[in-house]
Ligand binder design. Structure first.
Ligand code: ADP
Length: 371
């Protein structure tokens, strides 16, 4: 009697799990500990165009091909399910699956390992189609790009004429006129910086910025950036400390993108460090990466504001007070570019003490596909 009850309970639990699995409104598949697909729901089959018997029983990397979004299949080790197996933690990521008809489907996927006494005995992946979201995002970025581009021409006319007035081309100005014109020149420069940042961001977000890898010398690019920013460094009487090893491996990556990243980090260090402060730039070799760090002894970032720093338009209050004219887009741009280069960016900071921003770049630059 007790046995029957136990079997019934197991059956009941299985029926509940079956019902739950098939009623999930998103695609779902489950594997055992070897990665063999045990079940797949109807939403997943409809999304991928397969019949149940074409995937169930197959090893997941063979049964369903994941790609980088440009047709290139991902290796087993690059698949989110594998990561969940190895780490024992849930993994959420953007990925692409190849449908039976060969087309690629962009997905937001979450894989949860099924753990028994701490060991993975299988995994469940839940995924949803994000093609519409991506298309809307692309349209939004293209619109911002177009609008920024259109704004540039009239804005340069305003800037040129304001500078001409300031320089006395239309005759001498009295103090009040000079004050108004100087304000116009400053505001125009800020708007130009904002528009340029928006244009760059929209190019990256809509995939228009081509990644052109070439062998580069990182110290040379860093020195170019420092040379271009010399007037600001001199004006604030900042001391630059350069810690760069004599021998460094070459990077194969996009030089323009690297320059933009470094220019943003060094500009921030200059902006947020009081006069006579110190900025150090260093490069270190770590395994197959080069790590560039830009460190300052400036105003720092309040601990409570640190999590949002890479969000667009975000500026911490102490920075707003110290330097009014920022856009809040520089670090967001840095984050996007570092992702394109397959690197990482992070920082450490203490309010009132200073900040250190680091970027790790793979020696062989590659385009990161899943984020
Ligand atoms: P912006 O500098 O134009 O405001 P960013 O996106 O470059 O925009 O930076 C976002 C915010 O991060 C800044 O407003 C500031 O609060 C903080 N920040 C960035 N770099 C530094 C730095 N070196 N020292 C202190 N705060 C910084």
């Amino acid at each position: 009697m007790a046995e029957i009850t136990k079997t019934k309970i197991i059956e009941l639990e299985r029926a509940k799990a079956d019902a739950l699995f098939s009623s999930i409104g998103e695609g779902a598949l489950a594997t055992d500990e070897r990665g063999i697909i045990q079940r797949v729901n109807q939403v997943a089959l409809d999304l991928l165009g397969y019949q149940e018997d074409e995937v169930v029983g197959g090893w997941y990397p063979k049964a369903i091909t994941a790609t980088d979004g440009n047709g290139k299949p991902l290796g087993v080790m690059e698949r989110p399910i594998t990561e969940a197996f190895f780490t024992g933690h849930p993994v959420s990521t953007k990925t692409y699956y190849r449908r039976k008809d060969g087309s690629e489907l962009p997905l937001a996927s979450t894989v949860s390992p099924i753990l028994l006494e701490g060991k993975p005995i299988g995994a469940i992946e839940v995924f949803r189609d994000i093609s519409l979201e991506l298309a809307v995002d692309k349209m939004k970025s293209e619109f911002i790009g177009l609008a920024s581009h259109q704004l540039r021409t009239p804005l340069s006319a305003i800037s040129i004429y304001a500078h001409m007035l300031q320089d006395g081309y239309a005759g001498p100005l009295n103090d009040q006129q000079m004050e108004y014109v100087t304000t116009t020149v400053g505001a125009t420069a800020r708007m130009q910086a904002l528009i340029n940042a928006l244009l760059n961001i929209s190019r990256i977000e809509s995939g228009q910025l081509a990644f052109r890898p070439e062998p580069i010398e990182l110290p040379t690019i860093l020195d170019e950036v420092l040379a271009e920013l010399k007037p600001q460094i001199k004006q604030k009487q900042l001391r630059i400390i350069r810690r760069i090893p004599e021998e460094l491996p070459r990077l194969t990556t996009d030089s323009l993108m690297i320059k933009e990243i470094l220019a943003n980090l060094v500009t921030n260090a200059i902006q947020y460090t009081p006069p006579k402060g110190r900025i150090s730039v260093s490069i270190a070799v770590k395994a197959s990466e080069l790590v560039v760090t830009v460190k300052d002894n400036g105003i720092g970032i309040p601990a409570s504001k640190q999590t949002r720093l890479f969000s667009p338009f975000y500026r911490a209050e102490n920075a707003l007070e110290y330097f009014e004219a920022g856009t809040g887009l520089g670090l967001y741009l840095v984050k996007l570019l570092v992702e394109v280069l397959g690197g990482k960016v992070w920082f450490m900071s203490k309010e009132g003490r200073g900040s250190a921003f680091s970027v790790a770049l793979p020696l062989e630059g590659k385009v990161k596909v899943s984020s």
